[in-house]
Design a protein around this ligand. Structure first.
Ligand SMILES: Cc1ncc(COP(=O)(O)O)c(C=O)c1O
Length: 408
């Protein structure tokens, strides 16, 4: 069933027919107004700690006095810090996570005629970066952990495949050992979309340190947050690193000599300086997210589909960028929770393959992704949530199950 979006829907003058063709639940989701004053916020990006605010303002003040507002030592220090943390030789700071993926593809000459295998479930930035680089995304299914299904990725390989682009979705590390082995057998590159997974790790390494390249988004929503749009590309090969540095700024060497066409993708210096200050907060943030996830997991495991619980706060297989549950009664549960002041999100209501921009491509069957995308619901998670709020959210999920769901 399809419905026409309301006339106040964003972009309907130009895109009304396209939006009108979307499934009803997706349009309802798009038109859902934000909760005016939530009791439990999905995210809280404000910085309340006076001491941290003072340090951040101080560093901006210093930079303004110094005047080196483009590139400079703050950028170099941030790049070194990220490379060391993730276990990569080179980090190139850029203007967003989307640009980070795009530049990684270009640095390896992935473009027209090439196919890149991506999981169907991700934020659309992943597919768009592939397409804007000139290559074709081949969408494959996901497992119950919402990450790429490695055997489906293998089945999707053709002579045109150049790379696998696994996404550590919701902050959960993909099965990088199997992905590395698969890529090795078929001579493919691995480019990690680690946008949501700063700090995720298993016994063999950290997100961003596994692939031939990795892309991070470091915008304010992320686990290591910037203060606006910011991203980073990680690589090990020094020649690829050098090329990335050229591609990040108009394809130039020494700022003046253009060796190949590119646009301006530079990282912002003020943000780099502020992130050097906020880096101290990453470890406490990770610990708190794991505590929150454990608490949610304990309370929700018999009520809804839940992510695997962390064994302890040292277990970093997921950094719980999102705490995404699955329920067959998603629309009703969402309304129920919102009516009780709980801000929840459907991230994202369409698979990348279902987006109007990509429906024309020839898609492989994606049964699990299509099943899961109708059931996912992300609960509030951020380091400022207190235990009382987590328990309140969990109780309301239980209340929904015992009252509404049983009467449906
Ligand atoms: C999985 C994934 N990939 C890529 C991106 C793009 O990052 P950015 O918004 O910094 O361009 C995001 C952003 O949230 C993301 O979640």
């Amino acid at each position: 069933m399809t419905v026409s979006p309301k006339s106040n829907a964003p972009g309907t003058a130009l895109y009304g027919t396209i939006l009108g063709g979307l499934p009803k639940d997706v349009v309802v989701d798009l038109l859902q107004p934000p909760l005016p004053d939530p009791k439990v916020r999905y995210r809280d990006l404000s910085i309340q700690a006076p001491e941290l605010r003072a340090r951040l303002l101080n560093v901006v003040d210093e930079l303004l006095r110094d005047g080196r507002l483009l590139m400079g030592p703050a950028v170099e220090q941030l790049e070194e810090l990220i490379a060391n943390y993730c276990g990569a030789r080179c980090c190139v700071g850029v203007s967003s996570g989307t640009n980070a993926i795009y530049l990684a593809l270009r640095a390896f000459d992935i473009g027209p005629g090439d196919e890149v295998i991506v999981p169907a479930m991700s934020w659309i930035a992943t597919a768009n970066a592939v397409v804007v680089a000139g290559a074709t995304p081949v969408f494959v299914d996901v497992g119950d952990d919402l990450n790429i299904d490695v055997s489906d990725a293998e089945a999707a390989i053709t002579p045109k495949t150049r790379a696998i682009l696994p996404v550590h979705y919701t902050g959960r590390l993909c099965d990088m050992r199997s992905i590395g082995a698969l890529a090795g057998r078929h001579g493919l590159l691995v480019i990690e979309d680690a946008a949501q997974a700063f700090g995720a790790a298993d016994e063999s390494g950290r997100a961003g340190g596994f692939g031939d390249a990795a892309a991070f988004s470091l915008n304010p929503m992320k686990v290591f947050p910037g203060f606006g749009e910011v991203g980073a590309v990680l690589v090990n090969d020094p020649k690829i690193c050098e090329r990335l540095r050229a591609l990040r700024y108009l394809g130039t060497v020494n700022k003046e000599i253009c060796v190949e066409p590119s646009l301006n993708h530079k990282i912002d210096t003020i943000q780099a300086a502020m992130m050097l200050v906020s880096y101290d907060g990453v470890e406490p943030t990770l610990v708190r997210r794991l505590e929150i996830a454990s608490r949610y997991c304990r309370r929700l495991k018999d009520l809804v589909g839940c992510p695997e619980a962390p064994r302890s706060v040292a277990d970093r297989r997921s950094v719980f960028f999102d705490y995404t549950i699955t329920t067959p009664r998603r629309t009703e549960m969402r309304r129920f929770l919102e009516a009780r002041g709980i801000e929840v999100k459907i991230r994202h209501p369409l698979l990348m393959s279902q987006q109007p921009a990509y429906r024309h491509l020839n898609h492989r069957p994606l049964p699990n992704a299509e099943y899961l995308v109708k059931r996912i619901l992300s609960l509030p998670i951020h380091e400022k949530l207190d235990d009382g709020q987590i328990d309140y959210v969990s109780e309301q999920v239980a209340n929904f199950n015992s009252t509404v769901a049983s009467s449906l």
